[in-house]
Design a protein around this ligand. Structure first.
Ligand SMILES: [Zn+2]
Length: 299
């Protein structure tokens, strides 16, 4: 029996960076469910005309300014909407090309590229896509979500003796390992193993590989590593739906801590790893006065 834990991050680990929180989250599934998961995700994507596209939650849920400038946008078909948005975007890029501020042009071009796949969907449709996917994750009784959510205002790398990203990986690895040990014990399955799957990002890849080697040799601060095998396996997130789903989980967690948004969190919360009904899979690293759902239950 093998479990894959798909890992992704949200926010920047640098301190202070431009976000208050850094979140590293993992979604674990038994590999026997892999085909089913892929199939269900692709059905949702197809419904929104996104069969071939990557799901990048933060870009999808943004408001696209051009859409609000097009009269009758909602009643157009996908092709017309795409055509109208493209027209406005081309005109805007031409206008910016003439402006002396090159950065503005470059940034706009990047924003357009990141959102291009989704411009045929209204804002309401895009939100509903992400909600459908969150509901889907929530319904997967075989899946578990692990996460370390660090409030960087209260994180001191000197005291922690490691960076926010290192602490986060150590926590997620420890909780995934504990989960595997518990499942192995309760199912009496001796041959039960887990592996971590990451988005391929060069800087993160090297760091996480080295850290994982260390955990294999010396354990984490919390546990020995017996069930997780190998260093993380790296995949291209554009082609791997479940890494995109891990990205959605990270997004939901970060938006809860930073903006108190509960809609997506509530949809996936049944998948947070629990022990005796208490959430043990997710930790909020912050000051003692925090009243969030994760901190409140641990006091
Ligand atoms: Zn909290």
């Amino acid at each position: 029996m093998v479990f894959f834990c798909y890992i992704d991050e949200s926010g920047t680990p640098e301190i202070p960076g431009n976000t208050s929180h850094y979140v590293l989250s993992g979604l674990s599934i038994p590999i026997s469910y892999w085909k089913l998961c892929e199939h269900r995700i692709s059905s949702v994507k197809k419904k929104y005309g996104l069969a071939e596209s990557e799901i990048h939650t933060a870009w999808i849920v943004r408001k696209y300014l051009e859409q609000s400038k097009i009269t009758g946008f909602d009643s157009m078909d996908f092709g017309q909407r795409r055509h109208e948005v493209d027209k406005l975007r081309k005109a805007e890029l031409l206008r910016l090309q003439k402006s002396p501020n090159r950065n503005h042009y470059k940034q706009t071009k990047k924003n357009y590229r990141q959102t291009e796949a989704y411009i045929h969907l209204t804002h309401a449709e895009r939100l509903s896509l992400i909600q459908d996917l969150a509901d889907l994750i929530g319904s997967w009784s075989f899946a578990r979500i692990f996460g370390e959510c660090i409030n960087k205002i209260h994180f001191d790398p000197a005291r922690a003796r490691q960076g926010a990203d290192e602490q986060a990986l150590e926590q997620v690895v420890s909780r995934f390992e504990q989960y595997l040990k518990i499942v192995a014990k309760s199912t009496r399955e001796k041959n039960l193993y887990g592996a971590l799957i990451h988005d391929n990002n060069e800087t993160v890849a090297k760091k996480h590989t080295e850290l994982m080697r260390r955990f294999h040799r010396h354990g984490t601060f919390w546990t020995s590593i017996e069930k997780i095998i190998e260093t993380p396996l790296f995949v291209n997130s554009e082609l791997t739906s479940l890494v995109q789903i891990a990205d959605l989980c990270c997004y939901a967690l970060r938006r809860y801590f930073e903006n108190n948004e509960t809609d997506l969190l509530n949809r996936i919360q049944d998948r947070f790893d629990r022990k005796n009904s208490k959430i043990v899979g997710i930790r909020h690293f912050t000051d003692a006065s925090c009243q969030c759902v994760f901190c409140k239950q641990s006091t």
